[in-house]
Design a protein around this ligand. Structure first.
Ligand code: SAH
Length: 218
């Protein structure tokens, strides 16, 4: 019996192998690695894909969207918390809720915006089943941010706009970081923007491939 339940493609051993792989790819933050070692990513994808949940790949979650690649989730989180754990974070693009769970396991308060209602509903359910109580959800176009709950010590976007939405910049506290993929399909780069007293400092991190940042909500 145990063979079937505990030692399959979704077992702790399989998850541990993913963590080793992430380290080989350059992820260094032990806080991120230790949380990703615990979080059951297979619960965030359809059952038919559960056996592939601990591969380092993005996978379809319906509605033309994907659960982000584990490396990208780890890298973005690492970039966000490098100088300290933010008090609150705004996530744009809840999707499956997997990135939300990694954020919520490290950061006291997470605010997550998604424009596709059924994805948001599914993510809410899984995150509640897994036991997260520190995530607030909003069905909205994240291009507006979520002003009522901000400003934020960090913002992370999982979809790529052609240009960074001004509202997101405005909702950063001084010292806060925005982690966001920017650019048209095939030409995207990951950027980290740090708000200072007088300006926004932009670092370009690496080439990436994300779904587009779309307007409106459905
Ligand atoms: N981190 C998520 C990534 C999902 S893919 C995960 O690992 O599952 C990116 C998500 O961003 C999609 O669900 C898409 O619907 C959403 N998205 C795209 N543009 C958006 C916008 N303007 N506002 C809110 N969500 C958006």
């Amino acid at each position: 019996m145990k063979e079937h339940l505990g030692i399959g493609m979704t077992s702790q051993r399989t998850r541990d192998r993913l963590i080793v792989h992430l380290q080989e790819l350059g992820i260094k933050d032990q806080r991120v690695l230790s949380m990703m070692r615990k979080i059951p990513r297979h619960l965030f994808v359809a059952e038919a894909l559960a056996s592939r949940a601990y591969e380092n790949s993005s996978l379809p979650i319906g509605h033309g969207q994907t659960i982000s690649q584990p490396y990208m989730v780890a890298r973005m989180t690492e970039l966000l918390i490098e100088d300290g754990i933010p008090e609150n974070v705004l996530e744009v693009g809840t999707g499956s809720g997997y990135q939300s769970s990694v954020l919520a396991s490290l950061i006291p308060r997470v605010f997550s915006v998604e424009r596709i209602r059924p994805l948001q509903e599914q993510a809410k359910k899984v995150l509640s089943d897994v036991g997260f109580r520190n995530i607030n959800f909003k069905h909205s176009d994240g291009g507006w941010g979520w002003n009522a709950c901000g400003p934020y010590d960090g913002i992370l976007a999982a979809a790529a706009p052609a240009e960074i939405p001004v509202k997101l910049l405005e909702q950063l506290t001084v010292g806060a970081k925005l982690i966001i993929p920017v650019g048209e399909e095939g030409h995207q780069v990951l950027q980290r923007v740090t708000r200072t007293e007088l300006a926004y400092e932009v670092e370009t991190i690496e080439p990436v491939s994300f779904v587009p940042f779309l307007k409106g909500r459905v």
